[in-house]
Design a protein around this ligand. Structure first.
Ligand code: ATR
Length: 285
């Protein structure tokens, strides 16, 4: 009995976090954050919570009232998460999408977006890829693209082109981000007459095992392809596309997933974790 009370008291003291999304069952985030906490020798709890599509803000308030310290937010809630924040980090403000919430003691909700930092760290540190003075093509103009544009442009690529099926969405993003660097938009039919150094797939096509309608003449002999989606079992559809068309180097988004999580962990816990061994471990599973 006495032991139970002590255990409960201890459980109350552990800071609680979660990732919310829909669907969320296969999220690796709980595993990743538990590995971070172990490495940082901190005790936290971190769970995956599926939220009903139409009850996002009410459920977030409930989780806040239960004493949670923070949340990661994933598809399809990143824009709604932006809306409920009382204050946002500057790049999250521009992106219009938030993937990290911090519940302050006074009841304020702070929002950040660590996707861009996660992508940039994976590309530049883990894969030693240069962005400065390179020509970048980004496929898709949804939330995934919004989150990474400002951090990519901050590294001064020669140009960044957004290609999307629905051209207006790409044009909207160009308007929002044009003050941050050399950015333009086009449709898939406009591609093919020039090559890109780095091609990033930020579309949702992979969810249906599809690939965007991309001509392979965008690939040069030194081109790098990066899929923001990842797969532990077999290569993603875009990774396969790039490998079979002779891209110089091809990566999926597992590293980005771990790096964006590490940025969130840093925001919440103030500790920078080592990610390389964790990425390698997850790849072995
Ligand atoms: P997310 O928030 O994950 O980015 P989203 O806002 O629904 O999701 O955006 C999905 C993006 O993937 C869009 O750019 C979409 O193109 P459209 O705007 O033209 O719909 C793109 N997309 C989805 N399926 C695709 C496919 N099969 N081929 C090419 N682009 C696709």
């Amino acid at each position: 009995m006495a032991t139970g009370v002590t255990a409960n008291a201890r459980a109350d003291m552990i800071d609680r976090y979660a990732v919310v999304g829909n669907p969320i069952a296969h999220s690796l985030s709980p595993k990743i954050h538990h590995l971070f906490a172990e490495q940082a020798q901190q005790q936290i709890s971190y769970e995956a919570i599926e939220l009903p599509i139409d009850k996002f803000s009410a459920r977030i308030r409930e989780l806040q009232a239960q004493g949670m310290k923070g949340l990661n937010v994933t598809v399809p809630f990143k824009q709604q998460a932006w809306e409920i924040c009382d204050a946002r980090a500057p790049h999250a403000e521009t992106a219009g999408a938030v993937n990290t919430l911090v519940f302050k003691q006074e009841g304020e909700i702070l929002g950040d977006n660590t996707d861009g930092a996660g992508l940039v760290r994976d590309l530049t540190i883990n894969h030693h890829s240069l962005i400065r003075h390179r020509k970048i093509l980004i496929l898709g103009a949804g939330g995934a693209t919004r989150g990474v544009l400002e951090p990519l442009l901050a590294l001064e690529p020669k140009s960044l082109t957004i290609v999307n099926r629905t051209l207006e969405k790409a044009e909207d993003l160009v308007r929002i981000f044009q003050s941050f660097g050399e950015i333009s938009s086009c449709g898939y039919d406009d591609l093919g007459w020039q090559k890109y150094d780095l091609i990033i797939n930020a579309t949702a096509a992979g969810l249906n095992n599809e690939i965007p309608p991309l001509v392979d003449t965008v690939l040069g002999s030194d081109s790098i392809c990066y899929d923001m989606m990842y797969s532990l079992k077999e290569p993603t559809a875009f990774v396969l596309w790039a490998q079979t068309r002779g891209a110089a180097r091809v990566f999926d988004g597992l590293g980005m997933l771990v790096e964006q999580a590490a940025e969130s962990f840093f925001i919440w816990r103030g500790v920078r974790v080592e990610t390389a061994a964790i990425i390698a471990d997850l790849r072995q599973v």
